[in-house]
Design a protein around this ligand. Sequence first.
Ligand code: NAD
Length: 389
Amino acid sequence: MSETETLGIGMVGYAFMGAAHSHAWRTAPRFFDLPLAPRMAAVAGRDPDRVAAAATRLGWESSETDWRRLIERDDIDLIDICVPGDLHAEIAIAALEAGKHVLCEKPLANSVAEAEQMTAAAEAAAPRALAMCGFSYRRTPALSLAKRLVDSGALGSIRHVRAQYLQDWLSDENAPLTWRLDKTKSGSGALGDIGAHIVDAAQWIAGSNVTGVSAMLETFVEERPVGGDFVGLGGHGGTDGPKGPVTVDDAAIFTARFDDGAIGVFEATRFALGRKNAMRLEINGSKAALAFDFEDLNSLWFYDSAEAPNAGFRRILATEPEHPYTGNWWPVGHGLGYEHAFTHQAVDLVEAIARGEQPRPSFAEALGVQRVLAAVEASAADQSRWTEV
Ligand SMILES: NC(=O)c1ccc[n+]([C@@H]2O[C@H](COP(=O)([O-])OP(=O)(O)OC[C@H]3O[C@@H](n4cnc5c(N)ncnc54)[C@H](O)[C@@H]3O)[C@@H](O)[C@H]2O)c1
């Protein structure tokens, strides 16, 4: 019996996304029959003790204290980028030029110029080395099912796209000044961190692109404590110590037009008190409508005007074996969680690499998202002027 060829993985960063991606690489070959066997070769960080401890905890064979070492190693075929946005372009371009596949977290970059350079590097490297951006929500089964329904024509022509990403972890004005609040590290605030996800999901599911926007950005808390206790994304920075400036938006709101004639409303905020991870999408077509809320992630709500016009939305529990990804997991109704989308992302990436095909979302698609983010910033800086993407 021939052994499955391995795919050596080298991951940069080992905190939130590092843990989610490690879980995915560990789990994917145990629940899915993969054409290549992911081998968790090495994780890179800066501090030797901490990265070595992370390697042991997360299941990596070894650790490195410079991400460049991962690219130099012959036993590593794919670089998985789980660090803040200011490092994405440098690492991804170096990896692609060295012939390594790349999985890069979202948003692709901190600017359109960087995203363009990354896309050019990806296009030059393909098909020998393939690149994908980590818009992981695409792989949540209920959202994949939404895409399948739109593609089947069930909704008819799309008229409204309503997208929100609501969190509240910055509501405490003494939450610490993390890299997510520093424009030089994150590129933007709620807009790039969570707004990027709903722009990608909306364009992908609707099957059309945003062509123009009118936007508002707001920063509610302009200074925050430096240091402090970190819990999850935020934490509490205390009230007595030094403070530093917040240089990004706390909230982003914009209206949009799509190239197929649909109109959209987008909202991304980390100040929506009571909403923890409400990534929501509602699409109204000429025949039917669908609605999703990540706080109830196994459900897709569907309304078909021909089916039962007076009955309102009905719930589809997206755990049937015929629904995307779910057949490889638990018996129906047992539900999946946040981490499963990352496992599905790893599965789809490995399968695309084995076939030598472009994985989705490509860097070019993620560049499209980056252009929408840039148009939002330009519009907001100019009194919400209508701005073409
Ligand atoms: N797909 C999603 O749903 C999702 C969710 C959260 C974050 N993200 C994205 O993932 C990326 C990382 O975010 P996070 O939440 O994991 O951040 P995090 O703060 O939890 O982790 C960042 C990691 O990067 C490391 N790091 C920073 N600078 C480094 C350097 N020079 N060399 C090596 N390591 C370095 C840190 O030590 C840490 O391990 C960001 O691009 C973010 O937008 C995606």
